[in-house]
Ligand binder design. Structure first.
Ligand code: HEM
Length: 423
C-alpha cells in the first residue's frame, strides 16, 4: 500500500537469498554490513545490482538509487495493476488482502492523481505555516524537557523517546491538522498503531488492529473535516475541505491524505531525534561539541539523516522494459531502493561509516527519497530535529546514555524504541 510498507512486503517476499538477509534479526539490528555487501556486489567489475530469487532487484549505490527515484519510467504501483508483491507473497499469504486496511494516499499513487493530491497538501508546508510549527515545536520541547530534566533529577534518568522524541512530532502534526489538544493522546495511539504497517503487515491479528485504528482515526478526521467545511481555518484539513467542496478531491482522498500526514510525520521524526542523540553520544567528543555550540544542531540533523536514516528503504516498479545499472528489468518488476545504503556510498561520501558533525555535505543524502515522492514534510522534519537537539543541548549539556537502548527490530523504519539518558 505505502511505498515503504510495500517495500517491507517486497522484502518479505524475497525468501532465502541475499536480499532477504535484510530481514533476519541480527541484520535488522545492524543492516549496514548487508548494505555494504550488496553495494560491493553491485560495483565490482562485471557485477551489477543483486537480484533476489523472485526477481526483485536491490539498489545500493547513490547513483543508481537516485536515478530510479527520478526516472518517470518507474512508479509506486505496477503499471499492469498486477500483484504488488509477486507470486511467492501471494502464495504465503503476505499479499494484498492483508494490506487492505491502509490507504496511504500519495505514497501509493502515481501521476496524475499523485500530482493533484500533492498540490493540495503543499500549502501546509508554506513558510508562514512552518514559522507557526516552529513556535509550537519550541514551546512543546521546552515543556517536555522541563518535565524530563526534573524526572532525571528525581529518578536519575529519563527516556529520550518516551519523554521527547515521541510526543514532539505528535504535537506538531496536531498543529498541522489543528486537532484539538484533548484528542492528542488518541491521535498518538492510532498513529503509532498505523505506523507499524510501514514494515508490512505481520498477521491477520495485526491487520485487524490496523483496521480498528484506521476506522477510529478516520471517524475523528471525518468529524474535523465536516467542522472545517462549516468553519474553515488555516490548517491543512480546511484546505482539503475546500478542495472536496470544489470537486478537487473526494472525501476518501482527503481523509487518506490527512491520515498519511500523521503516519508519515510521526515515527519517522521520532527516529530522527533518537538516532541523532544515539550517534552524538556514541561518537567521542560529539555531544560535547554540540553542547558547546548548540548552533550545530542543524548540522547534526543532516549528518544523522545521512548516517542513520529513519526510513531505510523504499520500492518502485518499472513501467516498461528497461535497464538499471547495466541489468535488464522487465515491465512491472520491483526494485528495492536502499536509501540508507546509498547514504554510505564511498563514491559520494568519503569515509561513509564515520558519523561526523563537521562533515562537508558535498553530496545530498537520500533520506527523504527523491523525484516526485520526495518527502513533503522534509522542511518540517528538519525544523523539529533542529529544535529538539538545540534545546536538549542547551538544557542538558552533560547528557549521557544511562542504560541499554531498546532498538526497533524492523526493515523500513530504524530508530530506538527506548533510549534511557541522564541529564
Ligand atoms: C514521503 C522520509 C518526516 C510527510 C517520504 C519519503 C521518505 C520520507 C523516504 C518517500 C518515500 C518514497 O519515495 O517512496 C521522511 C523522514 C522524515 C519524514 C526520514 C523524518 C525525519 C515527514 C513529516 C511529514 C512527512 C514530518 C509531514 C508531517 C510525508 C509525505 C510523503 C512523504 C506526505 C509522501 C510524499 C509523496 O509521495 O509525494 N518521507 N519523512 N514526512 N513524507 Fe516524509
Amino acid at each position: 500500500r505505502i511505498g515503504a510498507m510495500r517495500a517491507g512486503g517486497l522484502a518479505l517476499a524475497v525468501g532465502g537469498d541475499r536480499v532477504a538477509r535484510l530481514l533476519h534479526r541480527p541484520w535488522r539490528r545492524d543492516p549496514y554490513p548487508v548494505y555494504a555487501e550488496l553495494r560491493a556486489a553491485q560495483t565490482r567489475p562485471g557485477g551489477g545490482p543483486v537480484r533476489s530469487r523472485i526477481g526483485i532487484t536491490a539498489l545500493a549505490t547513490h547513483a543508481s538509487c537516485e536515478a530510479v527515484l527520478r526516472d518517470r519510467r518507474f512508479g509506486v504501483q505496477p503499471a499492469g495493476g498486477g500483484s504488488r508483491l509477486g507470486g511467492r507473497a501471494a502464495e504465503t499469504g503476505d499479499g494484498g488482502s492483508l494490506l487492505e486496511p491502509l490507504d496511504l494516499s500519495l505514497l501509493t499513487l502515481d501521476p496524475p492523481d499523485h500530482t493533484r493530491l500533492r498540490r493540495l497538501a503543499q500549502p501546509a508546508f508554506a513558510p508562514r505555516r512552518l514559522a507557526h510549527y516552529r513556535t509550537v515545536a519550541e514551546r512543546v520541547t521546552g515543556e517536555l524537557l522541563d518535565a524530563a530534566v526534573a524526572r532525571s533529577r528525581t529518578e536519575g534518568r529519563f527516556d529520550l523517546v518516551r519523554d521527547l522524541a515521541s510526543p514532539l512530532p505528535i504535537a506538531v502534526i496536531s498543529a498541522l491538522l489543528d486537532v484539538p489538544e484533548v484528542d492528542d493522546e488518541r491521535f498518538a495511539r492510532w498513529g503509532r498503531a498505523l505506523g507499524t504497517a510501514l514494515d508490512g503487515v505481520r498477521s491477520p491479528t495485526h491487520a485487524r488492529e490496523l483496521a480498528d485504528a484506521r476506522t477510529a482515526l478516520r471517524s475523528m478526521l471525518a468529524g474535523l473535516l465536516d467542522q472545517r467545511r462549516a468553519d474553515p481555518g488555516e490548517d491543512v484539513l480546511s484546505a482539503l475541505a475546500t478542495a472536496v467542496d470544489g470537486d478537487g478531491a473526494t472525501v476518501d482522498e482527503a481523509l487518506a491524505l490527512a491520515q498519511l500526514l500523521l503516519v508519515a510525520g510521526f515515527e519517522t521524526t521520532t527516529n530522527l531525534i533518537g538516532n541523532a542523540v544515539q550517534a552524538l553520544q556514541r561518537t567521542p567528543g560529539h555531544w560535547a561539541a554540540l553542547a558547546a555550540d548548540p548552533g550545530l544542531a542543524a548540522a547534526a540533523v543532516e549528518e544523522t539523516l545521512r548516517f542513520d536514516p529513519p526510513v531505510q528503504l523504499t520500492a518502485r516498479f518499472a513501467h516498461e522494459d528497461l535497464e538499471v545499472d547495466g541489468v535488464p528489468l522487465r515491465r512491472d518488476s520491483g526494485v528495492l531502493v536502499l536509501l540508507a545504503a546509498a547514504n554510505r556510498d564511498p563514491a559520494v561520501h568519503p569515509d561513509p561509516d564515520r558519523f561526523d558533525l563537521h562533515r562537508e555535505q558535498a553530496a545530498p543524502h537520500l533520506a527523504f527519497s527523491g523525484g516526485v515522492h520526495y518527502c513533503l514534510g522534509a522542511p518540517l522534519a528538519r525544523l523539529e530535529g533542529e529544535v529538539a537537539l538545540r534545546v536538549l543541548a542547551e538544557r542538558a549539556p552533560r547528557l549521557r546514555l544511562a542504560g541499554r537502548a531498546v532498538p526497533r527490530v524492523a526493515t523500513v523504519l530504524r530508530g530506538p524504541l527506548s533510549l534511557p539518558v541522564t541529564a
